[in-house]
Design a protein. Structure first.
Length: 357
């Protein structure tokens, strides 16, 4: 299987994050991708390559160019204008209620104000290399997509930072640019074909949903912890089904605490039925393995063996797969969980007759 990975992910190296009203070591850190890379490198069935450089045009096809400009200089601006610090986080967020009953606000001129204009939460610090790392993750996603468009049945992109929480004009949730959304939009626009994003991360991909909610060419189908108890809390309910041209192309499957392998596979089958009903030419998989029973940010109970069954079930539907890494925070199990999912997908794909849709 072709794998794309960039060492530039290491440039995003936060020292701490503010979560649950306290500072703590970051769950999302360079060691995550290093553990996955090591497991893949040790397996001769995976061929690892660095991605091509894609520039900012595909990013700006999905994201507000202002977000790109901000992230390109925000850390340096903060060091110059506020104070020198390793991790940069907002103090104030541009919530709608601040200007309720007044005219819409405009992007502030100070970097301290701009942080809260472009970021929606506190767990996603900027570091000196964040922008370069985020750019590299998008290049990984796009190179993986091109490999599948070139004839691969399944290809994997080791994206870090992850991306599915980043909206058109906001970063947060460890995500800066939405890797899966950029890849899906690229495929849809360059091929004229429909694309589905299947998000299996424990946390709802609010950003991907928001980006495609009103589009008819890209479906978003997600299984995740019920937002009544799980981050990001405000999106991911079953009644969110799309709007306008995208009406009916969003499908959310909230999961109960304790969902085990069998229950997860049943829910996944229903989600895959929704993908099939949309009939995409390509499926982009936002692969979060934080559904694992031992993950510190999850209350589901999927096992490593269960990931094999999940990969098999997704690939058995017979569509080309662009698999991109999202979450997964049980560091000691990350390599095994990701390679097991990919092996399940590869095994199923090899058993199917192949035709480019």
């Amino acid at each position: 299987m072709k794998v794309f990975s960039s060492p530039r992910h290491r440039l995003h190296d936060p020292e701490q994050e503010l979560e649950s009203s306290g500072w703590q070591p970051p769950f999302e850190h360079p060691g995550r991708a290093e553990a996955i890379h090591a497991a893949l490198a040790a397996d001769a069935d995976f061929a690892i390559a660095e991605p091509a450089e894609w520039g900012t045009a595909p990013i700006e096809a999905v994201h507000d160019p202002g977000l790109v400009r901000f992230l390109a200089s925000a850390w340096e601006d903060y060091q110059r204008d506020v104070r020198q610090v390793h991790d940069v986080v907002p103090d104030v967020f541009a919530m709608a209620g601040l200007r309720a009953g007044m005219a819409d606000g405009a992007e502030p001129t100070s970097v301290a104000g701009r942080l809260g204009w472009w970021c929606f939460e506190t767990t996603t610090p900027l570091t000196s290399g964040t922008y370069d790392a985020a750019r590299s993750a998008v290049s990984v996603a796009l190179s993986t997509a091109e490999a599948v468009l070139g004839g691969e049945r399944v290809a994997y992109g080791l994206c870090r930072p992850p991306g599915h929480h980043a909206t058109t004009a906001l970063y947060g949730g460890y995500c800066f640019f939405n890797n899966a959304a950029v890849a899906a939009a690229h495929i849809a626009v360059t091929t004229g074909s429909k694309v589905a994003v299947l998000d299996v991360d424990y946390h709802h991909g609010n950003g991907t949903q928001q980006i495609f909610f009103s589009r008819g060419d890209v479906a978003f189908v997600s299984l995740h912890g019920d937002p009544a108890r799980a981050y990001p809390y405000h999106t991911g309910f079953a009644d969110e089904t799309g709007a306008g041209r995208g009406r009916g192309s969003t499908c959310n499957v909230p999961l109960a605490a304790g969902t085990d392998d069998d229950a997860y596979l049943r829910a996944l089958a229903g989600a895959l039925d929704a993908v099939d009903a949309f009939d995409p030419a390509v499926v982009v998989v936002s692969l979060g393995v934080d559904t694992y029973v031992g993950d510190p940010m999850c209350d589901l109970a999927v096992t490593t063996d269960g990931f094999d069954r999940c990969g098999d079930a997704v690939a058995a539907r017979g569509r080309p797969l662009v698999v991109l890494q999202e979450g997964g925070y049980a560091d000691e199990a990350l390599g095994a969980n990701v390679t097991t999912w990919l092996r399940g997908a590869a095994g199923a794909a090899q058993l199917l007759p192949w035709s480019r849709r």
